[in-house]
Design a protein around this ligand. Structure first.
Ligand code: B12
Ligand code: SF4
Length: 599
């Protein structure tokens, strides 16, 4: 039998371009420009994220594996010529036609290759008729693939050291991405009716990193190998495991490492832990599903969200508030009231997403049982277009995209550019953190890791960890400073211009005069911004909403060779000892082998 050799691949690009296989708007390979700072034009930071799950799986398999991320069609077809026994395709629902084209090609050209499907696209009913395949992984892929290839599914998990963005630009200026990715777990127990990430994992949480020590070790590895100190945490509700978060903080304190995190958290978990804990943990940005002012979800019930957002941002934590449009109770009037309400929260960033009934969710079951499911092709089901169910108050599909886009525009006009809001939050938080630090020293307060509060103590020495944290906060704020001039020059209105001036003043007050390098960077951003502005204008003249950028293709080979014992009877004890040592060495040395970075 042929030795297994696995290719794990993302669907092929280009992305966000309407063609035979996928859509344009709502399907860009970008988070910010697609669904957060949409309609903010030149102020929208541009980033694409690598397909993290692929690296997590490859890192943890012994079978020789290649990851092909963001291939163009030619990259994919060329890669298959390298000979694989198995091809794993990761896809989400709107990319189903891309997955189908890839699978059809494999079936036609390489009928002996086994096709394994995984990712959110696998929720599709009657999957075989959409994408031909041999196997489907409906859940967590590392354990599934280990089981499939006869490996130990319970072996400890090795978290990859992975920089998140494939590219990063701000005001047209490209910078080297530095933020790393953490993948502590999948799913969420809260089970909100529309939430596919919760329902896909049967309203359970599937941990990949169980303890704070494991999370810390993953951070350390990323710092050692990639020089990363900031992390985007791919976990739907990271703080829902308070013990793990507490352990992580304890580890960072013990090692003097004030890492920084962007994470998702429901409002109720933040309330339980308290904002001071989040500040100390190093949360830079928190994504909260606020959904609607009627607070119909358990996660927001009884919580004053305006007060929570204010407290978080006053203490320097950027809030990304997420709202669902076209909920059952919405009509032309109440939907606009909800949009106004979410804007009035004054979160630095806001995501608007349409209520989407994906198979497997409670919402899907409900609208299906009520015979309200519309026949919308899967490729359109990305949450930024028409509704997939009949909404009695919004019968015209054109309104679904129109109202959504209107919400983004209103947020921009009222709240100004997201980059500016983020910079303001960071500097206000720094100012307050410094003041509170001094006040606590004067009053003899110290952090109590049990109660998660600052409390009277006999301690007189400095809070070294918080000192390091404040230094980190001032570095983050300083990084945001050069963008302020561009935010001023290209501000959409007087209110945003005043906000930019206020930020420039506050930066001077808190950080002192800008350094020469800051001034040069600020001028450079205004200049590259002008070029970007012209590009955007040109794009709009051609009838497009924005410029669509493509991430580069990346190929990584993983070879984790196993130690083979030929005669275990003879030197049994010796072999087991050597094997243990070899496994340790293997774990320490096993490095993904980067190859060609095809653009
Ligand atoms: C990062 C991310 C992105 C990145 C893209 C990264 C990329 N390179 O694809 C950005 C921000 C660009 C993005 C864009 C979009 N996204 Co997105 N995204 C996510 C997010 C937040 C995290 C994904 C992640 O890395 N998770 C961590 C890893 C470890 O988990 P994983 O990917 O699920 O992989 C595990 C398993 O699923 C399984 N597995 C996955 N693939 C495979 C393959 C094989 C062979 C096997 C065996 C197993 C397996 O094993 C993996 C390891 O355990 C998820 C939400 C979430 N929490 O998962 C949404 C999510 C995947 N996105 C979603 C959507 C809809 C979109 C968009 C259409 C925009 C939008 N409206 O939100 C666009 C589409 C872009 C495009 N052109 O394809 C939906 C998908 C819903 C669905 N049923 O299709 C999700 C679930 C969000 C949501 N709740 O709606 N997204
Ligand atoms: S809290 Fe968030 S992640 Fe959890 S089920 Fe609700 S929407 Fe999904």
């Amino acid at each position: 039998m042929k030795k297994p050799k696995l290719l794990l691949t993302a669907v092929f690009g280009p992305y966000g371009v309407k063609d035979e296989w996928a859509e344009d708007l709502g399907c860009q390979m970008e988070l910010l420009n697609n669904q957060i700072t949409r309609a903010q034009g030149i102020h929208s930071p541009r980033q694409s994220y690598w397909s993290f799950g692929l690296y997590m799986m490859a890192e943890n398999l012994k079978v020789p594996t290649t990851v092909l991320d963001f291939p163009k069609w030619e990259d994919f077809t060329a890669e298959l010529k390298n000979g694989y026994t198995h091809v794993g395709i990761s896809f989400i629902t709107p990319n189903v036609l891309k997955a189908r084209r890839m699978a059809d090609h494999i079936r036609f050209e390489y009928p002996e290759m086994k096709i394994i499907l995984g990712g959110y696209g696998t929720i599709l009913p009657d999957l075989q008729s959409h994408v031909p395949h041999d196997e489907v992984c409906h859940g967590e892929g590392v354990r599934w693939l280990r089981r499939y290839f006869g490996e130990d599914e319970n072996a400890s998990l090795r978290h990859p050291a992975l920089i998140g963005p494939a590219f990063e630009t701000l005001y047209g200026y490209a910078t080297k991405p530095r933020g790393a990715i953490l993948m502590p777990g999948l799913g969420c127990e809260n089970g909100c009716d529309f939430c596919i990430t919760s329902h896909k994992f049967e309203k359970c949480y599937v941990p990949l990193l169980h303890t704070g020590q494991e999370v810390y070790a993953a951070c350390r590895r990323a710092e050692t190998e990639k020089k990363a100190t900031g992390f985007s945490v791919m976990d739907e509700n990271f703080l829902k495991r308070p013990q793990r978060a507490r352990e992580l903080l304890a580890e960072m304190e013990a090692h003097g490492k004030p890492y920084v995190f962007d994470l998702f958290s429901s409002a109720e978990t933040i309330k339980q832990l308290g904002v001071d804990f989040l500040v100390r943990l190093g949360v830079r940005m928190v994504w909260i599903g606020v959904e609607s002012k009627s607070n119909k979800h358990a996660k927001t019930a009884g919580i004053d969200l305006k007060a929570l957002v204010n407290e978080l941002q006053d203490k320097g934590i950027i809030v990304q508030a997420s709202m669902i449009l076209f909920q059952h109770h919405h009509d032309e009037k109440t939907i606009q009231e909800d949009i106004d309400w979410v804007i009035s929260l004054e979160s630095s960033l806001t995501q608007f997403m349409n209520y989407t009934a994906l198979p497997g969710t409670a919402l899907y079951e409900q609208v299906k049982s009520e015979n309200r499911l519309r026949n919308v092709p899967w490729r359109h089901q990305h949450g930024q277009g028409e509704l997939v169910f009949d909404h009695p108050n919004f019968p015209n599909p054109k309104d679904h995209a129109r109202i959504l886009l209107g919400a983004f525009k209103r947020k921009y006009q009222k709240g100004g550019p997201g980059v500016l809001n983020m910079a303001l939050t960071l500097i206000r938080g720094l100012k307050r953190a410094r003041a509170e630090y001094q006040q606590r020293r004067r009053e003899g307060l110290a952090w109590n890791a049990e109660t998660l509060r600052y409390e009277p103590s006999g301690q007189t020495g400095p809070d070294r960890f918080m000192k390091a944290r404040i230094l980190m906060m001032s570095r983050m704020a300083a990084n945001a400073r050069p963008a302020l001039w561009a935010a001023f020059v290209y501000a959409p209105n007087n209110a945003a211009r005043r906000k930019a001036l206020e930020a420039i003043r506050l930066y001077r007050e808190v950080l002192g005069k800008p350094k020469t390098s800051d001034r040069i960077a600020a001028v450079a951003l205004v200049a590259t911004g002008a070029v970007e502005y012209a590009r955007l204008l040109f794009s709009k003249l051609r009838g497009r909403e924005s410029i669509v950028r493509q991430p580069p293709c990346r190929r990584m080979e993983y070879r984790h060779h196993d130690i083979i014992a030929t005669d275990p009877g003879l030197v049994e004890s010796m072999v087991s000892q050597i094997t243990a040592i070899a496994h340790e060495a293997e774990a320490a040395l096993a490095e993904p082998k980067p190859e060609t970075g095809r653009q």
